[in-house]
Ligand binder design. Structure first.
Ligand code: PBG
Length: 325
């Protein structure tokens, strides 16, 4: 055969395959989401997320030694609050002595180089289980912003490096930015959940936090999975309001959205490889239905290929072990 192009030549050995590899994946691309709960000597596996635990602070600090030894440089910390601590106004979220804020400070003290991202939304502290304030069965936007502002300031004071508003209220990035700046926290970053879809893939996360909505769903604030142009609008607003990084969530069913934002915005794009995406691969691997390690690496690489600079993923530790060889 006379073939002028034989693409297989560039695949003939591992060395050549790596020479021509277009996308790379590094441990420093990962943000590891972790769950903290009150108490001492607690390590509770999340039923729907094998290998992922909720830790009390003492055990979390132990775990972080392992995490940082693997080369992971960033975590995203989420709190699990007992029902008794929740109320309509999510007031626990900005009590100075609440365990979540104290955990942030303790982690920062012990691991000063570790990047700590925190979550800004009402759901872990809300007796309604919603990300915003509920009035007469509706999620009210503007009154929620004040609560998010208080929460953000408290997290910044505790030592958070990056705040992650995951609530999808209108105007929250600008509101939080101004609130932080007027209190002198101009150095605290905002990674906004810009295109956050109303997704079935958050199920296992809500098990972890015991934070599922008590009524209705999140469709009046999280986006319709059918929409793409709307993601551009959300991202544009967050950009104008001062977000430092834009996030797409979930990742796998939304690779096109990652690509769209990467092509349209000159700030870093992050993607959240969410709990359900983790659970799917774990469940299939446990059944022997696919090779879990290979599927994990393929998924992470595809999120990078789509245009995400960094990836929030529960696979961070396992992928780091593989990448570190
Ligand atoms: C809530 C929040 C959610 C996640 C991160 N922050 C769940 C939700 O919106 O219901 C999901 C993360 C995951 O599924 O891994 N503000």
């Amino acid at each position: 055969m006379q073939l002028s192009r034989r693409p297989r030549r560039n695949r003939k050995s591992a060395g050549i395959r790596e020479l021509v590899q277009e996308t790379t994946l590094q441990v420093s691309d990962f943000i590891f989401p972790m769950f903290v709960q009150e108490g001492f000597n607690q390590k509770v596996e999340v039923k729907s997320m094998p290998g992922i635990y909720r830790f009390s602070l003492d055990n979390l600090l132990e775990e972080l030694k392992e995490v940082t030894d693997l080369g992971i440089r960033a975590i995203d910390l989420f709190p699990n609050y007992p029902e008794g601590k929740k109320d309509r106004l999510a007031s626990e979220s900005y009590h100075e002595n609440t365990f979540y804020l104290k955990a942030i400070t303790a982690i920062k003290e012990k691991f000063p180089e570790l990047v700590i991202m925190t979550d800004v939304a009402m759901d872990p502290y809300s007796s309604d289980g919603h990300d915003g304030l509920v009035e007469n069965g509706k999620i009210v936007n503007d009154a929620t912003l004040e609560i998010l502002g208080n929460m953000s300031l408290a997290q910044a004071k505790a030592g958070a490096d990056i705040l992650g508003p995951s609530d999808m209220m209108d105007g929250r990035v600008g509101y939080i930015r101004k609130h932080l700046d007027s209190h002198g926290f101009t150095d605290v970053s905002i990674m906004s959940y810009s295109a956050k879809y109303a997704s079935a893939f958050y199920g296992p996360f809500r098990d972890a936090l015991e934070s599922a909505p008590k009524f209705g769903d999140k469709k009046t604030y999280q986006m319709n999975p059918a929409n793409k142009r709307e993601a551009l609008l959300e991202a544009q607003l967050d950009f104008e309001e001062g977000a430092d990084m834009l996030m797409v969530k979930p990742a796998l069913s939304y690779l096109d959205i990652i690509r769209l934002l990467d092509e349209n915005f000159d700030i870093p794009i992050a993607a959240y490889n969410v709990s359900g995406e983790y659970a799917m691969i774990k469940a299939a691997a446990q059944n022997g239905w696919l090779d879990g390690d290979r599927a994990m690496m393929e998924v992470l690489m595809s999120i990078r290929r789509a245009g995400a600079k960094c990836i929030l993923t529960y696979f961070a530790k396992e992928a780091a072990v593989i990448l570190n060889g």
